[in-house]
Design a protein around this ligand. Structure first.
Ligand SMILES: NC(=O)c1ccc[n+]([C@@H]2O[C@H](COP(=O)([O-])OP(=O)(O)OC[C@H]3O[C@@H](n4cnc5c(N)ncnc54)[C@H](OP(=O)(O)O)[C@@H]3O)[C@@H](O)[C@H]2O)c1
Length: 247
């Protein structure tokens, strides 16, 4: 069996990932979010609030018998409040970095620790954003946490290559890791962006335009693209990229 741990499976891109994978009876999906909207014999849901560091630290990856593939997809991410720095309160800043960067770091650390000596295809996929590469006013926490996620992924990739040459680390098969941006996708996140105030977000009209001009991709298409690209992950030249690079 193939096992896929995915955060944020209750809606949006994460739900589309889970539904796409569940079309194949060899796949088993473990979803983590606060709500559950999938019922399937090969789906298990964990209630997990990713802003709660203690709950995330307590999460246990399972030991599966003879897995072929084990994936961790850190999909959850949020803009939080769209406002310039100086207008945010401290609690919002801490919560947003926890959700976008600390939670995926904790899960990735536990994932690598749990499956270090497991003989399977082991892949971590972080869901990034174009905002990791370009500053967007009102999105400081989001841009910087996604940039952090990209670099976190690149460092792990470098570590896996170095550690593969250390027999004392007892790595059976190194982990592959990618940080992949989806482009603009028709989800709740885009609705949140369109409801920002013009005063706090100079690019509001651009995002209203993406919706009016049907430039938002649908989640099913995006999920299919991710897994099509990941099918040949050994040939991918970079850790951090956008799926738009492969259209
Ligand atoms: N949509 C886009 O245009 C776009 C563009 C670039 C990058 N992305 C990235 O794509 C990823 C998915 O975004 P999306 O657009 O699909 O978002 P979305 O529709 O808003 O879905 C967010 C998912 O995250 C979960 N979530 C939110 N807060 C959570 C919490 N505290 N604990 C646990 N789960 C939580 C939600 O589940 P619950 O509410 O049930 O907990 C939901 O399943 C994000 O990383 C986002 O940054 C999206």
């Amino acid at each position: 069996m193939n096992y896929y741990y995915i955060t944020g499976t209750s809606r949006g891109i994460g739900k589309a990932f889970a539904e796409h994978l569940l079309e194949n009876p060899s796949n088993y999906v473990i979803g983590m979010s606060r709500q559950c909207s999938i019922e399937h014999s090969n789906y298990k849901h964990f209630y997990l609030d990713l802003t709660d560091v203690n709950a995330v630290t307590d999460f246990k990856f399972e030991l599966h018998s003879h897995p072929q593939k084990i994936y961790l997809i850190n999909n959850v991410g949020s803009l939080g409040f769209i406002k310039p720095i100086g207008k945010l309160d401290a609690a919002t800043i801490i919560k947003n970095y926890t959700l976008n960067l600390i939670a995926p770091s904790l899960l990735t650390n536990a994932f690598i620790k749990t499956y270090n000596t497991t003989d399977a295809e082991k892949v971590i996929v972080n869901i990034s954003s174009g905002a990791a590469k370009s500053p967007i006013d009102g999105w400081a926490l989001y841009c910087s946490s996604k940039a952090g996620l990209d670099m976190f992924s690149r460092v792990i990739d470098a570590e896996q290559k170095v550690r593969a040459n250390h027999p004392e680390d007892n790595i059976h098969k190194p982990f592959k890791i990618f940080s992949i941006a989806p482009g603009v996708v028709d989800t709740n996140m885009q609705m949140e962006i369109r409801s920002a105030s013009k005063q706090d977000f100079s690019r509001l009209d651009d995002f209203i335009g993406y919706n009016l001009n049907n430039q938002l991709a649908d989640t099913k298409t995006i999920a299919e693209k991710y897994f099509r690209i990941l099918l040949n992950f050994d040939s991918l030249p970079n850790v951090s990229f956008s799926i738009k690079d492969y259209e």
